[in-house]
Each structure stands twice: as C-alpha cells, then as structure tokens.
Design a protein around this ligand. Structure first.
Ligand code: C5P
Length: 296
C-alpha cells in the first residue's frame, strides 16, 4: 500500500531509516545526556508500519522479527500510548503491525522511525490535531532520534537531537549500507567517549554549506563521526570503510553509534556493483537513496 494511505480504518506508513552524514558530541549535560551536532538524512530503506484503530483499549503490536519486544519496552507501543494520553483518550486502542527491513542495533534509527510512524498514523486517524512540531516534542520524550524521524529529509540536529534545522534536499546519490553481525550498545559507546581526548571533530558547517551547494564531493571530504575515535584502528568498522572506499565510494562513515557503515556513491552503477561485491562478505548489505522530507 502506498505511503500514508488510509484503507478505511488502517493506515500503512513507511518508516524510513536515518543515516548520520556527520556526528559530533559537544559536551555532557547535567541530565546525563550529551549535546550533539549532527547532520541527519533519511533514506529509502524502510520498515512498514500498519496501524489499525480498535474499539477496545490497549495497544497490540506484532512484528516479523520474533526477538523484538512487543510490550511497553517497544518504542512503537510507547509512542501510541503517549499519543492517546496527549489526546486525552487513554481508553483508545490500536493494533500495530511492523514489517522490519531496517537492521536492528545498527545506528539507523529503525525503532525511532517506527515510533515516529505510529505518531504520524495516529495523527492522521484523528484528523491531524497535532502539528509537526507538536509531534516532534511528543517524540522527544520517547527517544532522542524520534523528532528527526517524524518528518525526516535532511536536517541539522542539535541539543539531544531534538533541536532541528531543516536543510535543503540532499544531492542525488546512492548509499551502500553494510551492517556487520555485531551490534553496538548506544549508552556503552557514549560512556567510552572521552570528550577531552577526542582527536578530531567534523566540520559540520562545511557539510551544511556543501549540502546547500549540492556539492557531493565537499560533503564526502568532510563527513565524520566522533564515535569512530573510540574504535580500535583495525576494527571491523574500519575494514568495511576501506572496502567501501576501494569499491568507489566518495566517502564512508559509521552511522550513529553503529554498527552500520555506509559509503556514498555518485554513480548508481558503481553503487550496485559495490553492493553485490560486499554481499559476498556481509549478510546485510543495502542499497538506498536519499529520502525527501515528509509533509505532515
Ligand atoms: O534518547 P535515547 O533513548 O535514544 O538515548 C539512548 C542513550 O544514548 C541514552 O540513555 C544516553 O546514554 C545516550 N544519549 C546521550 N546523549 C544524547 C542521546 C543519547 O548521552 N543526546
């Protein structure tokens, strides 16, 4: 079913993955979180989130991945409950079915995007009582990446990730994304980061200017993730980055707190060849393109 389409009492929303084009951690905050500066991009790889309103109360979740929690620990359930609470309808209920394609524990915002898709679907069902900004504020209470995932597109994200400045659309390109077998714990990686000894910070302003100038090479020259600083030099992540660059990527970096790594290509055929080469070594290799911002 096409994106956001309503079949009487069912809506299927595409929940797009996000990639970090840059990730900088500025300082530790008194609340234990960190102030960030990141360029975020949503990409065509997506989960399908189908929401059906039910007469009785309660949120029922099912997914195609049997290891995912389907109770209150799942961000999609939390999002539905938060939405109904904000609406003052705590007795309302919904069935949510998620078909996952975005790898889990990858730094690609899969869970956050599913939560944001639930907010969009319920907002549509109830006659759009909330603006995009209100949905982003609702999402921020559930997870730092959810505000960006509400509308996606291309944004500079600051604060915990919830202070968003919309940027022009990303230049046409292809992303080849490799998810290694292992996943990374986000809180553990934050804990490992010693801000005093971080050797290099990305030139975020330079990336923003390059996006505004549609200068793909300028973006690729500058893209960087400070979390790569805490990786051992011969890590699997560095090996994947080298493999992507060897197969013609203009730039490559880890997204979020990992473990997925992507390469950025200006030539679709080169990207396809890189995907098929890397698929011989890695089980999860995806080809994607930039996704435009959604109308809310
Ligand atoms: O907000 P979210 O639940 O996605 O964050 C997961 C963890 O990542 C937090 O518990 C925190 O350890 C870390 N985090 C952080 N600063 C941020 C975002 C996340 O320290 N801005």
């Amino acid at each position: 079913m096409p994106e956001g389409v309503r079949d009487t009492d069912t809506i299927t929303e595409k929940a797009y993955a996000k990639l970090n084009i840059s990730l900088d951690v500025l300082s530790k905050r008194p609340d234990g979180y960190h102030d960030m500066r990141m360029v975020m991009q949503s990409v065509s790889l997506c989960d399908d989130v189908t929401v059906t309103l039910r007469n009785g109360g309660g949120i029922e979740l099912s997914t195609n991945l049997n290891f995912l929690p389907i109770d209150d620990r799942n961000i999609a359930v939390k999002a539905a409950k938060a939405f109904f609470a904000k609406l003052g309808k705590t007795d309302a209920g919904a069935d949510i079915s998620i078909f996952k394609r975005i790898p889990v524990g990858a730094g690609m915002g899969g869970g956050s995007s599913d939560g944001a898709a639930v907010l969009r679907a319920l907002n549509t069902f109830t006659g759009k009582p909330f603006s995009r900004t209100e949905l982003e504020i609702m999402g921020a209470a559930l997870g730092s990446d959810i505000p960006f995932c509400v509308a996606g597109g291309t944004s500079l994200a600051e604060g915990k990730g919830e202070v968003l400045s919309v940027l022009p659309s990303f230049p046409d390109c292809r992303f080849v994304i490799v998810k290694p077998r292992f996943s990374v714990s986000t809180p553990e990686l934050f804990a490992k980061l010693d801000l005093v000894s971080v050797k290099y910070h990305p030139d975020t302003q330079g990336i923003v200017s390059s996006i505004k100038a549609a200068d793909l090479k300028g973006i690729c020259r500058r893209m960087y993730n400070v979390f790569e600083d805490v990786l051992p030099p011969k890590s699997e992540i560095s090996k994947i980055k080298s493999a992507l660059l060897d197969s013609g990527a203009l730039g490559s970096m880890m997204t979020g707190t990992g473990s997925a790594v992507f390469g950025l290509f200006d030539d679709p055929d080169k990207a396809k060849r890189a995907q098929s080469q890397l698929s011989q070594r890695y089980r999860e290799v995806f080809l994607a393109e930039p996704q435009a911002v959604l109308e809310i």
